[in-house]
Design a protein around this ligand. Structure first.
Ligand SMILES: Cc1cc2nc3c(=O)[nH]c(=O)nc-3n(C[C@H](O)[C@H](O)[C@H](O)COP(=O)(O)OP(=O)(O)OC[C@H]3O[C@@H](n4cnc5c(N)ncnc54)[C@H](O)[C@@H]3O)c2cc1C
Length: 553
């Protein structure tokens, strides 16, 4: 029998990210993948700003960028009647190089990293190669989890290995990152709730060497073709020589014809693959049971409009990794792992709503279509103008949702010290920097041009801002008593104090704010107890100014 600390089932982008995070923290894991190789088909193609911040924390952001779309490539989105026609609408979005220059030039609390276009079939092998360098991770491709059992202290998993033999693995925890049809979720009896099987689409992958350089309307990443009823949607892949086409075509063969018609230029291409995929808006009724957890598509399935599939899963992974590290390290309280469901499921549901809104927006501009759209007549002109007007509003629900991507807040989390009042709108599509407890620490450039995020280590950090003279030893001692690692970081920058809006900030290993204030309350032990998971924030006794500490003495 193989013994480890954590079994991760599924080496998609979420399982791989989780394995890298856990492995870097020194947690021993076995990563199981039933397929013998990484994904070959196209799926996601854009890591959002928050995912790229997470990859920066893991030390791999530049590797992801090196493997992805060249940094100078524009990220524009177009609506046109064909790839050869002038655009009806062009929504300009900066290349990574331009976005990085903008982030470097301004110090207004916007995310530290911009998006990165990288095809899932490029990202997965890259993450796999990184995971394989970590001595703490055993990566097993061709190994399929078939069943598992759990008791009070461990999980035993039965695995069919590459040579067909069965192997038993034993671990403290099992995490199902095994996608929409998750074996782990099903065996736990956890139901998916929401709208399933909304629509079936075909996706084809094309190799087309010359197209990128020859598009008259310009280089971009998304091209929506205003041609009803199929509305072909063409997406640039990271090589710039590969493209995907999405359309509800009746057959695979039809996909090539739709692509040819959408190009409307004599450009040679090869259709490499076609597959069907189904749109769902579903979320699991719970994310954990006992020692078994689910993350990524195993826990939530969104329509990719808005790019909230894998990116939401990467958020699950970063939330779960440090909590598991803390619990296995013996210092994390029982509320830590219990808070995974309380923190991440509301984000799954929120992102599902954002995805639905993006999809409805898309249907909204498509509804303006009429066959006269190409005509040089008053009617044709009016159709184009109305579709342009709607696209300009609705498409932004897909491409301008930085608040959804990076502004999520763990509202009502049992391990976040609550603050009175409602706080800023956690569902605002626009990103507004805030340190309201539960939010992600905003990015700030410090006086020496380094990023505040880069100064935070793998542990909790107590930020002392604005040269505060406050004595914080009470909180530091409380963490010591719990054996929970806490770094104290004085930050003199006035800009950081302005953006953070307070003198003291307790930041978790995943960069979310656990508590903030200008002075320590009398019972700093209560803050430590809640944020390290020994007491629940909803227990008003533990949170009051004269709170008693619970769970440790
Ligand atoms: C057309 C399309 C476009 C998309 N675009 C985007 C986008 O731009 N941005 C975005 O964020 N998301 C996008 N998504 C969604 C994204 O692809 C998924 O959210 C993402 O793949 C989920 O990652 P995952 O690791 O959770 O699951 P998966 O990628 O599904 O990986 C699960 C893995 O588990 C393995 N597995 C399953 N069962 C077992 C078992 N019993 N034992 C061992 N291994 C097992 C599978 O083989 C698979 O490799 C898109 C999806 C589609 C279909």
């Amino acid at each position: 029998m193989l013994e480890t600390q954590v079994i991760i089932t599924g080496a998609g982008p979420v399982g791989l990210t989780l394995a890298i995070d856990l492995g870097r923290r020194g947690v021993r894991c076995v990563l199981l993948e039933r397929n013998e190789t990484s994904i070959q088909l196209p799926k996601m193609e854009r890591c959002n700003a928050r995912t790229m911040e997470i990859y920066r924390q893991l030390g791999i952001a530049e590797k992801v960028r090196d493997a992805g779309l060249p940094r100078e490539a524009p990220m524009d989105v177009f609506l046109a009647t064909s790839m050869a026609d002038p655009p009806i609408v062009r929504l300009p979005y900066p290349s990574v190089a331009e976005a990085k220059a903008e982030i470097a030039a301004r110090n207004v609390g916007q995310p530290l990293e911009p998006y990165q276009l990288i095809s899932q079939y490029t990202l997965e092998p890259l993450l796999r190669s990184i995971a394989e360098t970590l001595p703490t991770i055993a990566v097993r491709f061709g190994w399929e989890l078939t069943t598992f059992t759990q008791d009070a202290v461990s999980v035993s998993a039965k695995v069919r290995t590459l040579n067909g033999a069965d192997e038993i693995l034993r671990a403290s925890y099992l995490i199902g990152c095994d996608g929409g049809a998750s074996t782990v979720r099903k065996q736990l009896g956890i139901q998916l709730q929401g709208e399933g099987n909304i629509r079936k689409l075909r996706q084809a992958l094309f190799q087309c060497e010359d197209l990128y350089e020859r598009i008259p309307m310009g280089k971009g990443r998304h091209y929506h073709i205003a041609e009803g009823p199929l509305f072909p949607f063409i997406i640039l892949q990271d090589s710039t020589r590969h493209w995907t086409l999405h359309a509800a075509a009746a057959s695979d063969r039809e996909m090539a014809e739709i692509f040819r018609k959408s190009l409307a230029m004599p450009i040679p291409f090869e259709m490499i693959s076609v597959n069907e995929w189904t749109q769902h808006l579903l979320c699991a009724e719970r994310y954990a049971q006992g020692r078994v957890f689910i993350a990524g598509d195993a826990a939530h399935l969104v329509i990719p409009t808005g790019g909230l599939g894998m990116n939401t899963g990467v958020g699950d992974a970063t939330d779960l990794a440090w909590k598991m590290w803390a619990t296995l390290g013996g210092w994390g309280g029982p509320q830590l792992l219990a808070s995974y469901d309380a923190e991440r499921r509301p984000i799954g549901l929120r992102n599902l709503r954002a995805s639905r809104s993006a999809m409805i927006g898309r249907l909204g501009w498509r509804a303006a279509y009429s066959t006269s759209i190409r005509e040089d007549t008053p009617d044709g002109l009016a159709v184009r103008a109305e579709m342009a007007r709607r696209f300009d509003v609705e498409q932004r629900k897909v491409t301008e949702i930085l608040g959804i991507e990076a502004g999520y807040r763990y509202v009502d989390s049992p391990i976040i010290w609550p603050e009175t009042g409602d706080g800023p709108d956690p569902d605002n599509p626009q990103y507004v920097p805030t340190t309201w407890p539960g939010s992600r620490l905003p990015h700030v450039w410090l006086d020496d041009d380094t990023a505040l995020h880069d100064h935070l280590g793998p542990s909790y950090t107590l930020l002392r801002l604005g040269k505060t003279p406050v004595d914080t030893r009470g909180l530091e001692c409380a963490f010591q008593e719990l054996r929970a690692p806490l770094d104290t970081l004085p930050v003199d920058s006035e800009r950081a104090r302005d953006i953070c809006g307070c003198d003291l900030l307790l930041v978790r290993p995943d960069l979310h704010v656990a508590w903030r204030g200008n002075k320590l309350p009398e019972d700093a032990q209560a803050i430590a107890a809640v944020t390290v998971g020994y007491a629940s924030a909803s227990d008003s006794q533990s949170c009051g100014p004269n709170a008693k500490t619970i769970g440790f003495d």
